[in-house]
Design a binder for this molecule. Structure first.
Ligand SMILES: Cc1ncc(C[n+]2csc(CCOP(=O)(O)OP(=O)(O)O)c2C)c(N)n1
Ligand SMILES: [Mg+2]
Length: 573
């Protein structure tokens, strides 16, 4: 028996207490008969604030956005129907390495014990379908019981935080109000410290490679953000005078105004100086590198064979693999051990966003084009913004240069359309004092548009830039340039703030020309701003269309339909 002090508490209250101790201040979700006892406990204890969403899918996206800014989040769904609605978003959190605690208020243990058929199940006598489904998209899962609850709640929350991955727990509806014995001590979010010998050897191995190097460089993926080591990486780059590049999944992780920041590495699609610095480096330190086709210039990325691969909890240096080390401790050790380099030749300055340069000559009364739009957006961004992009031609955001201290929220690996609208609710809830800007297409927006109502309900003041181009333009670059399956219904988007909140003070704009856009951009940020920009269904920046065209080659192969005449949108020549 452990001698730590304990106390009695209901399982529901203990779960809420642990979430709060882990820094979670809000719970997203949709009520259902199986989870109502926990929501009532939340209401009575006032431990967390309930943020009801229009759907569990949106709750899962909101929780993902919240965790990216807050470090951990939670959502609450009901058995089966709620759990499966949320699974796309939780799968996204798994793909994108975001720590989310997904709680399902589930069927009572009484029914499981007695084999009673219940609603929100398959009515086939099995009660494990949803646990099994979630096993594939989480780092850990459990059904709570009065015997395991105290241990499992801590195990799951700590696993989410340590692994930067989602977890799933079922809280049967008849045990939330049962008393159990729980630890009196608060939950401490901490990693188990590194093994001292492994850490020392790992740091020595990296530091000696770095000191012998003539062209060290650092390449950063999203885990540098998730494991909170961006500032260590910048300190290291400064000390050893090495350039840092990121891949698309990690745009913003390294401050783009940092003198050693190089730009985005994307194989053959990179700027030549970025490609050279990474591929010809004699000591490349890669952080959490998880390449996919769209972050490697269609697999043309070629990292040096002797690249050091550092991940959240392990490192590869040459033939050695170091376990029981944490990324932060490794980098801190390397910063101390690495030799201070003399200032080297100045690095090539990051080129300005070249893709968006022909908008300046646009006639103010001319029809708005993507080129003019993105050029104007470059000027709109300011220090400290939280920037969002959804799938679509709005991926042009990757060509913008971000001011200092911006946070960028995207989902390059998972890429589920509509993610950004739900996630926006999450980041607004986590950091309402910052300016949040969403770049979204009409097609993506239609998937999760209702969550605009929750954003308005809580008086948030984001800026939403929606491109109304009549459908799925980015898909036209794969296939179906003019096909009706890429068309969507033409909503009156700018009217939606009024529809979702009668007394809204939101400022809505329908923009058709450069002049209209300039007018919208001059609106003060004292309320929600919704800017619907009407653009041509065949208009997209060349890098976007090129990427879609290449995607079609990869996806459909040489016999694919994309080769037929006029079936595919191609870059304007
Ligand atoms: C959940 C989901 N369904 C389908 C897709 C495929 N998809 C990717 S982009 C896209 C179209 C996006 O259209 P829109 O948001 O209007 O952007 P546009 O390219 O028109 O600017 C679709 C349907 C997806 N990524 N996610
Ligand atoms: Mg569109």
């Amino acid at each position: 028996m452990s001698s730590s002090p304990s106390r009695r508490m209901t399982i529901g209250d203990f779960l809420l207490r642990r979430l709060k101790e882990a820094g979670v201040r809000h719970l997203f979700g949709v009520p259902g008969d199986y989870n109502l006892p926990l929501i009532q406990q939340l209401q009575e204890a006032g431990a967390l604030k309930w943020i009801g969403t229009c759907s569990e899918l949106n709750a899962s996206y909101a929780a993902d956005g919240y965790a990216r800014l807050n470090g951990l989040s939670a959502l609450l769904v009901t058995n089966g129907v709620g759990a499966l609605s949320a699974i796309n978003g939780v799968g996204g959190s798994y793909s994108e390495h975001v720590p989310v605690v997904c709680i399902a208020g589930s069927i009572p243990l009484r029914s499981i014990d007695r084999g009673l058929g219940m609603h929100h199940t398959m009515a086939d006598g099995s009660f494990d379908h949803f646990l099994n489904a979630y096993a594939h998209v989480t780092a850990a899962h459990a059904r709570l019981t009065p015997r395991n609850a105290a241990g499992e709640i801590d195990r799951l929350i700590l696993t989410a935080w340590r692994e930067k991955l989602p977890v799933y727990m079922e809280l049967p509806s008849d045990i939330s109000c049962l008393d159990i014995e729980v630890p009196a001590e608060p939950l401490v979010l901490a990693n188990t410290p590194s093994d001292p010998e492994r850490l020392r050897s790992c740091v020595t191995a990296i530091a000696s490679r770095l000191s012998a190097a003539k062209s060290a460089a650092i390449l950063v993926d999203a885990d540098a953000d998730r494991f909170g080591v961006a500032s260590e990486l910048m300190t290291l780059a400064e000390k050893i005078q090495a350039p840092i590049a990121v891949i698309n999944t990690a745009k913003f992780v390294i401050d783009e105004t940092f003198p050693h920041y190089l730009g985005i590495y994307n194989g053959k699609a990179s700027e030549p100086h970025v490609r050279e610095a990474i591929e010809a480096s004699d000591c490349l330190l890669a952080i959490g590198y998880r390449p996919i086709e769209v972050t490697t210039g269609d697999f043309s990325a070629a990292l040096p064979a002797n690249t050091i691969h550092a991940r959240g909890h392990s490192v590869d240096v040459g033939n050695d693999n170091y376990q029981a080390v944490t990324l932060k401790e490794v980098l801190k050790g390397v910063i101390d051990a690495a030799p201070q380099a003399r200032s080297r030749a100045p690095r090539p300055a990051t080129p300005p966003a070249g893709a968006h340069s022909d908008g300046s000559r646009a006639d103010p009364s001319a029809k708005l084009t993507q080129a003019a739009y993105w050029q104007a957006m470059q000027g709109y961004l300011r220090e400290g913004d939280v920037l969002f992009v959804d799938n679509g031609t709005s991926y042009a955001v990757f060509g913008l240069k971000f001011p200092s201290k911006c946070t960028f929220v995207g989902s390059v690996n998972w890429g589920s359309i509509g993610y950004s609208v739900g996630a926006l609710l999450g980041t607004l809830t986590a950091a309402p004092e910052r300016r949040h800007i969403l770049f979204v297409g009409d097609g993506s927006f239609q998937v999760t548009a209702q969550e605009l109502s929750t954003i308005l309900r809580h008086d948030h003041k984001p800026v939403i830039f929606l491109i109304n181009n009549g459908g799925y333009t980015i898909e036209r670059g794969y296939l179906g340039k003019n096909e009706p399956y890429n068309d969507i219904a033409n909503w009156s988007y700018a009217d939606l703030p009024k529809v979702f909140r009668r007394d809204t003070s939101a400022r809505s704009f329908v923009v058709k020309t450069v002049k209209d856009l300039q007018n919208a951009l001059s609106a003060p940020n004292d309320t929600l701003i919704f800017v619907e920009s009407i653009m041509d269904s065949q208009d997209a920046l060349a890098p976007i269309t090129n990427s879609s065209n290449k995607g079609a080659e990869l996806n459909y192969g040489p016999r694919g339909p994309q080769h037929r005449d006029d079936l595919q949108l191609r870059p304007a020549t």
